[in-house]
Ligand binder design. Structure first.
Ligand SMILES: *Cc1c(COP(=O)(O)O)cnc(C)c1O
Length: 358
C-alpha cells in the first residue's frame, strides 16, 4: 500500500514521476539501454537535459538573460558558491533559520556579512519585519521557506542590489517573479526530484564582478559555458526532475499548484487552530504552505509517541518534527495528495476524542 508521505526531504514525488523514472531505468525510450548506462554526451541524454532546462524555464516563467544549471553538491555547496562568485566586500543576509545560518557562516569566509533581520530570539518561529535591504552591499540573500520551522516568505522583494534566494523547499509551489532575482538555487529533493541534483537559476550579468580567482568547478561561468556538462552531471536525478516538470505542466502549471497547496494547507491549519489539544508553532502571519509544524498543547505533550503511533497505523509516514522544534511536521509539498491531509486531519480529530479532558 502506498503511504501518506509527509517527509520533509527527500520527499513525496508524484506516482507517475516515480513510475516513468522506473521505466527509464529499465529501458530508456525503447533503446534497449538503461538511462543509468548511457553517455551524458550522447544525443539521447542531451535531449533530456535540453527539455529539462526548457521546461524549467517555461513552468517557472523565467525571462531572457537567465541560465538554468543542474549541479552537484546540494544547496549546501551553494552557500559557498554564491559568495565565492558574488561577494567582493559585503553581503546582507536575512537570518530565518538553520539553513540561513549555514549560508551566513559560509559567506563570512569571503567577506563581511550584515545580518539585516533575525528571528533567532524566538527559535525562528516567525519572519522578521521592519528591515530594509542596504544599498551598499554586493547582494542580499534570504531563505524563502524555512523547512525546519514552517515559516515562509511569499514576497519577491524589490531590491536595488542583486537578490539571491535559497528556494530549496518551495520552488515550483507557486508563481513567482523571477525577474526580481539575480539567483535562485536549491536542492531538488524537496519539491522537484530526488536527492543528488541542485538547481541554479542565475542572471548572467551578475557574474564576473569579483576580484578573486574562482576554481573551475566552483565558477558558475564554467557550468554555463558547458551547459551543466563540464563534468558528468547527475543524470538520473535530472531525468526525474524532467518527469516532475512534465507532470507540473500537465496539471496546469504553478497557478493550479498554488491553489492546491493553499487548499491543503488551509485544511490542516484550520484543524490545528480548531483542535483543543494541538497548536501550531509558527506565527500565523508567517505560516508556510510547504511545512506545517504543530505540537500537542502542554497538558498533552506526554502523548506525542501515541499520536505518532496512531498516524503510523493509519499509513502515515515522516510526521515527526525536526529535533530543534519537536512535535510534528507535515510537509505538504506539491506531490502530496489532498487525501493525505484529510487522513491526517481525521487522525487529529480521533486523537482529540480519545484524550481531550474537556
Ligand atoms: C534541505 C535544505 C537545504 C539543504 O539542502 P542540501 O541539498 O541537503 O544541501 C538548504 N536549504 C533549505 C531551505 C533546505 O530545505
Amino acid at each position: 500500500m502506498k503511504k501518506h508521505n509527509f517527509s520533509a526531504g527527500p520527499s513525496v514525488l508524484a506516482r507517475e514521476v516515480i513510475e516513468n523514472t522506473a521505466k527509464a531505468v529499465l529501458d530508456f525510450n525503447g533503446s534497449g539501454l538503461s538511462i543509468l548506462e548511457i553517455s551524458h554526451r550522447g544525443k539521447d541524454f542531451q535531449a533530456v537535459m535540453d527539455e529539462t532546462v526548457a521546461l524549467f524555464k517555461e513552468v517557472l516563467n523565467i525571462p531572457e538573460g537567465y541560465q538554468v544549471l543542474f549541479l552537484g553538491g546540494g544547496a549546501s555547496l551553494q552557500f559557498s558558491m554564491v559568495p565565492f562568485n558574488l561577494l567582493n566586500k559585503k553581503a546582507a543576509y536575512l537570518e530565518t533559520g538553520v539553513w540561513a545560518k549555514k549560508a551566513i557562516k559560509e559567506a563570512k569566509f569571503f567577506g563581511e556579512v550584515q545580518v539585516i533581520g533575525s528571528s533567532a530570539d524566538k527559535n525562528f518561529s516567525y519572519i522578521p519585519k521592519g528591515w530594509t535591504i542596504p544599498s551598499d552591499v554586493d547582494y542580499f540573500h534570504f531563505t524563502s521557506n524555512n523547512t525546519i520551522y514552517g515559516t515562509e516568505i511569499f514576497d519577491d522583494f524589490d531590491s536595488t542590489v542583486p537578490m539571491v534566494a535559497d528556494m530549496s523547499s518551495d520552488i515550483f509551489s507557486r508563481p513567482m517573479d523571477v525577474s526580481k532575482y539575480a539567483m535562485i538555487y536549491g536542492g531538488a529533493q524537496k519539491n522537484l526530484g530526488p536527492a543528488g541534483v541542485t538547481f541554479v537559476v542565475v542572471r548572467e550579468d551578475v557574474l564576473g564582478k569579483v576580484d578573486r580567482p574562482i576554481p573551475t568547478m566552483l565558477n558558475y561561468k564554467t557550468h554555463i559555458a558547458e551547459g551543466s556538462m563540464f563534468n558528468t552531471p547527475p543524470c538520473l536525478p535530472i531525468y526525474t526532475c524532467l518527469e516532475t516538470l512534465r507532470w507540473l505542466k500537465k496539471l496546469g502549471g504553478l497557478e493550479v499548484m498554488q491553489k492546491m497547496n493553499q487548499d491543503k494547507a488551509k485544511l490542516l491549519y484550520d484543524e490545528i487552530d480548531r483542535n483543543s489539544i494541538f497548536e501550531g508553532t509558527a506565527a500565523k502571519d508567517s505560516r508556510s504552505l510547504m511545512n506545517i509544524c504543530f505540537v500537542l498543547k502542554p497538558d498533552y505533550q506526554h502523548l506525542e509517541a501515541d499520536f505518532l503511533s496512531l498516524t503510523s497505523k493509519k499509513g502515515m509516514s515522516g510526521l515527526k518534527g525536526h529535533r530543534s522544534v519537536g512535535g510534528f511536521r507535515a510537509s505538504t509539498y506539491n506531490a502530496l495528495a489532498k487525501e493525505s491531509v484529510i487522513a491526517l486531519v481525521e487522525a487529529m480529530q480521533e486523537f482529540e476524542k480519545m484524550h481531550s479532558v474537556k
